[in-house]
Design a protein around this ligand. Structure first.
Ligand code: MOS
Length: 770
């Protein structure tokens, strides 16, 4: 089935926040944010801005009637800075004016004086000063200290991965509208309507039932709107609560890039030990997560780093520790993979280190250690593994031997162009690691004309969840998809929603929809059985017809719906789903946190121009475990999109903050994401066809986050090409591998002579601040 939004998307008719028709009298907000990364506020004067043309009001923390706090996991994040600023871009004041232009113009008249305090941007420096968001956390299994004795080879190293700007096409924003008796309706571009509702409740002091959060769809989220949509919604609702007027704020691209957090950069130390047979015997890893100035979702993200730190390998003796480090950057946040990719990257660096020292391919080590069914992961869950199935299918289907031969032949014939190959197997756990969040509800109405309206807590953000829910309802009820409409997501219809995140949205909300539809189906069947004078067990509904056994009855769907209504039987159902079997003991750091795991293997081939340091991704050919895919077209879109986003993170997207904590890559002129010219020339995706059952919706597997991690393969393919040009070189693991970094690694002696050090590569630190 095609994505149900395809028609309006391609015609430009889909409604996003900024397309909502505005009510007469709507005011516009703009945020004054801190120009300094750390300091005590000495003086704030908003009077000139307040008397600026068109300005209705300027709000500061003093205007907050509730509490000045939007921290979700930890209450450590003020909505508007009171006495200190903690990062460049921290909201300090909100101007509300008659037009957007007037609001923005007035920002320039606000005067803020800050007594600067020392700025920390490096997570290791923060850890050294004890600046931690939460105490460090460790997972372990086996006996890592003792196991080194049993290793034939031991290698150590360091790996860094940088942040990543979400760059959702639709920027953050909100629109708050007052109702009677103080209620507020808020349109928000959020992955988590309930988090928005909760944050506004705290800030305004209004109970949650007076706040209605409504979302039709997002123009992308990627995790950036899981927690960080709260700020703008809370600011608009605060203004509406005070002024009793509709207030809207849709951020400009540069405001969004400057004020919101990104994927967490990590700096990590690893130690890996192997046997002569290339079995990984022991692995010890320490992660320094750059959390930014407040907790946001960092404690949950550091946890997922631990869950995924051994990627798709069985490691009998493993120890992993993560420090969530407080720095003076915007609070870093969820981003597709949620800390998992950062953990998996370090494991692949460890394997590459061992392979390079041993003079073998990384693939030999990867293959020797793939998870097998029954293997235990370091958090105690035994895995139902498709790791080998994906690997073998990729190797045979895409003829890896042939690929390797062609690459060798090319490399023998070319001096200044080298190709590299890398395999990237993945394993990703599906469920929120916070067990509580694995619940969802659906409210399904059948109207008397036979049409069906489905409400869930799922947010459509381009990933196609609404299409999947249509499929679930249609298949369960035995009717055509065209009869089903998915309603906007609204906290008054579906309460206490979990964010649309963790790849789990279609599973959770799909199962709730399935349960509601099944209950309705049983009511309809009971009415049909009575009308047809047969037992209910023999009734089925297929293609909108009622069947008795194999024979079609005279009753069709609309007649049955009307008959059910006439019998005064309810045609509405509200159902609840909680993923079964999940548990996790945080004292022991053991349990069964995931409903299941997703597997896959990607084979990446790149060509490096060894004169210029540029590269092209020739092909990514992969086998992906989508379970029994319920929608191969949507799954394909998610795999391709995730892969390209992962390649961007690993190769070209470079978030640059200077030593003062100011974002230098603050526009699309300085922050490069993959475009049509930089995506792989060939992407081939083959789904693993498997008979294995799994608890995903309609036996499909979640697909949102896992494919991003195939992009890690591109980093190592480039590294391998570099090593064909310069045998024996082992440059530092420092993602992304931008063309500039690659050029320095191709000619380190020449770069040294020019005194270009890798750390200074962005080179922007030398430019004056703007
Ligand atoms: Mo997603 S990174 O779990 O919003």
């Amino acid at each position: 089935m095609k994505n149900i939004d395809a028609y309006t998307h391609t015609r430009g008719e889909s409604i996003y926040l900024d397309d909502i028709p505005e009510i007469a009298g709507t005011l516009y907000a703009a945020c004054f944010d801190s120009p300094l990364a750390h300091g005590n506020i000495k003086y704030l004067d908003t009077s000139a801005a307040a008397s600026s043309e068109g300005v209705v009001r300027v709000l500061t923390f003093r205007d907050i009637p509730g509490i000045n706090q939007i921290g979700g996991i930890i209450a450590d994040e003020e909505l508007l800075a009171a006495h200190q600023v903690h990062f460049c871009g921290m909201p300090v004041a909100l101007v509300i004016a008659t037009t957007v232009q007037q609001a923005r113009a007035a920002l320039k008249k606000i005067r803020l004086e800050v007594d600067p305090l020392p700025v920390i941007t490096d997570p290791r420096v923060a850890a050294g000063k004890g600046e931690l968001i939460v105490p460090p956390r460790s997972f372990s299994m086996g006996d890592c200290s003792a196991a080194w004795r049993d290793c034939d080879f031991i290698y150590e190293g360091q790996a860094n991965s940088n942040g990543q700007e979400h760059l959702y096409i639709e920027t953050q924003g909100a629109y708050a509208i007052p109702g009677e008796n103080g209620v507020i309706k808020i349109y928000s571009s959020t992955q988590s309507p309930t988090a928005v509702q909760r944050a506004i409740s705290k800030v305004t002091g209004l109970p949650m039932h007076m706040l209605e959060v409504e979302v039709t769809r997002l123009g992308g989220g990627f995790g950036g709107k899981e927690d960080q949509a709260n700020t703008w919604a809370a600011l608009c609702a605060l203004a509406t609560n005070i002024l009793k007027r509709p207030v809207k704020y849709a951020l400009s691209r540069m405001e969004d890039m400057r004020m919101t957090g990104k994927r967490h950069p990590y700096s990590s130390d690893f130690k890996i030990g192997l046997s002569k047979a290339l079995k990984i015997i022991a692995y010890d890893v320490t992660f320094y997560q750059n959390a930014g100035a407040a907790a946001d979702l960092s404690p949950a993200i550091m946890e997922r780093t631990l869950f995924h730190c051994t990627n798709t390998y069985f490691v009998p003796n493993a120890r992993a520790t993560v420090y969530s480090c407080r720095t003076n950057l915007p609070p870093n946040t969820a981003f597709r993979g949620f800390g998992g990719p950062q953990g998996m990257f370090v494991m692949e660096c460890a394997i590459a280190t061992a392979a390079e020292h041993l003079g073998i391919t990384a693939a030999a080590i990867q293959h020797a250690n793939l998870l097998q069914t029954g293997d235990e992961l370091l958090y105690g869950q035994k895995v139902l593994s498709e790791a080998s199935a994906c690997w073998e299918k990729a190797v045979t289907h895409y003829q890896l031997d042939q690929i390797n031969k062609e690459v060798s032949a090319f490399n023998n014939q070319h001096r200044l162009q080298k190709k590299g190959v890398a395999l990237m197997p993945i394993c990703f756990g599906i469920s929120f690691t916070n067990t509580t969040m694995n619940q969802a509800r659906a409210l399904v109405h059948i109207y008397t004309d036979g049409s069906v309206l489905v409400n869930t807590g799922a947010i459509e953000m381009g990933q196609g969840v609404n299409t999947r829910i249509v499929q679930v309802a249609a298949q369960t009820l035995g009717i055509l998809p065209g009869r089903i409409k998915i309603n906007s997501t609204n906290t008054s219809r579906i309460a206490n929603t979990s964010p649309s995140a963790a790849s789990a949205t279609a599973d959770l909300n799909g199962h709730a929809t399935r349960i509601a539809c099944n209950t309705l189906l049983n009511r309809l069947k009971t009415v049909a059985a009575a009308a047809l004078n047969v037992e209910v067990e023999v009734i089925t509904i297929r293609e909108e017809r009622v069947y008795v056994g194999d024979s079609m009855s005279l009753l069709d769907w609309t007649q049955l719906v009307l008959a059910t209504y006439n019998q005064r039987v309810s045609l509405s159902e509200h159902a609840h789903y909680a993923t079964p079997g999940l548990h996790f003991n945080k004292a022991l750091e053991k349990g069964h946190p995931f409903a299941y795991h997703v597997f896959g293997t990607a084979i990446t081939t790149v060509t490096v121009d060894c004169l210029r340091g540029t590269y092209e991704v020739d092909a990514v050919r992969l086998v992906h475990d989508a379970g029994n895919s319920m929608n191969p077209l949507i799954d394909l879109g998610q795999v391709e999109g995730g892969l390209v986003q992962g390649i961007g993170w690993m190769t070209m997207e470079e978030v640059v903050y200077d030593a003062e904590g100011k974002l230098r890559s603050n526009a699309l002129s300085t922050y490069k994401v993959p475009d049509i010219y930089s995506v792989p020339k060939i992407i081939e995706v083959k789904f693993l066809e498997t008979a294995q059952d799994n608890p995903g919706i309609l036996r499909s597997k979640a697909v949102g986050e896992p494919p991003l991690m195939y992009g890690i393969g591109t980093y190592f393919a480039i590294r391998n090409a570099l090593r064909h040009f310069k045998p024996g070189t082992r440059p530092a693991f420092d993602a992304p591998m931008t063309p500039e970094k690659l050029l320095i690694n191709l000619y380190p002696e020449e770069a040294a002579a020019l005194d270009i050090r890798q750390q200074e590569i962005p080179g922007l630190q030398m430019l004056p601040a703007t």
